[in-house]
Design a protein around this ligand. Structure first.
Ligand code: GUN
Length: 285
């Protein structure tokens, strides 16, 4: 059996078309959605992600502002910029690309972003709201995964879901969203004793570990949906996920590729959150 490929580019194109229409409507009414992106330091992967986010905005008719700071930037300067953007009514979303240099207090920076403009969904208040099932900005990568599961009509109620990875950006919010949707969720991590025992039980297996080709076909339950959140660069420059696609695709029922899977969906959900924030602002105006 060869798995169905869940095409993140195709799903993104459809959703971004709908978002562009909404952005155009808001713009015609006098509120052009606007995302401000802050990049600190010269991490090459972060620079690529930010470039893709800005390009995604432009194509959808969302205004973007980019602020770049050197690796040795003073945290006070970045916090000052965030305060300025919080106070600017023409800005609807603020995103600080992570990771930040070591001398930054990442938590303090994320908490400085206004909850109403936290389109990454990383502010503690948004995380708390999400955990309680209240309206909140949902972190983009796990939200994109939920859209992918919806696109294949995956029944979630009662499904066994296993998430490998417990980061604030992916693993934890992923577990919250799957739980809210009625799945039975297990979160595995580096301390998990018998990882294969868990992964082989999973109807939905989400890999967010950060290790190239870590999940192999023998770890997958036949027919399972395998979602690969990893983006790793191999020594030859090629991108690969946390899943060994070649062996997993012969066992899984459906699988996301890398590139062209979860990656584009993350940006799509960022655009969706920005348009949503602009919609709320326009309603208040
Ligand atoms: N670094 C890796 N993923 C993300 C993300 O979704 N948002 C931000 N701000 N930084 C990241």
């Amino acid at each position: 059996m060869t798995a169905r490929i869940i095409d993140g580019n195709a799903l993104s194109a459809k959703l971004r078309g709908e978002l562009a229409a909404k952005a155009a409507e808001l713009t015609a009414q006098g509120t052009q959605p606007c995302l401000a992106v802050i990049l600190v330091g010269g991490d090459p992967a972060s620079a690529v992600y930010v470039r893709n986010k800005v390009a995604g905005c432009e194509k959808a008719g969302i205004k973007s502002l980019k602020f770049e700071y050197p690796q040795d930037a003073a945290p006070a300067d970045v916090l000052g910029k965030i305060a300025e953007l919080n106070a600017d009514p023409s800005v609807h979303g603020i995103l600080v690309q992570l990771p930040l240099p070591k001398h930054f207090d990442e938590k303090a920076v994320l908490e400085a972003i206004s909850v109403e403009k936290d389109v990454d969904g990383f502010h503690a208040e948004n995380v708390g709201r999400l955990s309680q099932g209240q309206e909140a900005f949902v972190p983009c990568t796990p939200n994109g995964v939920m859209e992918m599961l919806k696109s294949i009509d995956m029944p979630l109620r009662g499904a066994e879901a296993v998430v490998i990875g417990r980061s604030n950006i992916v693993g934890k919010p992923m577990a919250m969203l799957l739980t809210a949707a009625g799945a039975t969720v297990t979160v595995c991590h580096s301390g998990t004793r018998d990882l294969n025992f868990h992964t082989r039980r999973a109807d939905i297996l989400v890999a967010a570990i950060g290790k190239p080709k870590f999940v192999t076909g023998d770890m997958v339950k036949p027919g399972a949906v395998v979602i690969d959140v990893g983006i790793n660069r191999l020594p030859d420059g090629k991108l690969c996920g946390d899943v060994d696609f070649e062996s997993a695709k012969d066992v899984a029922g459906a699988i996301t590729p890398v590139p062209g899977g979860v990656g584009p969906m993350t940006i799509t959900m960022l655009l969706a959150n920005t348009v949503e924030s602009a919609t709320r602002a326009a309603r208040k105006a």
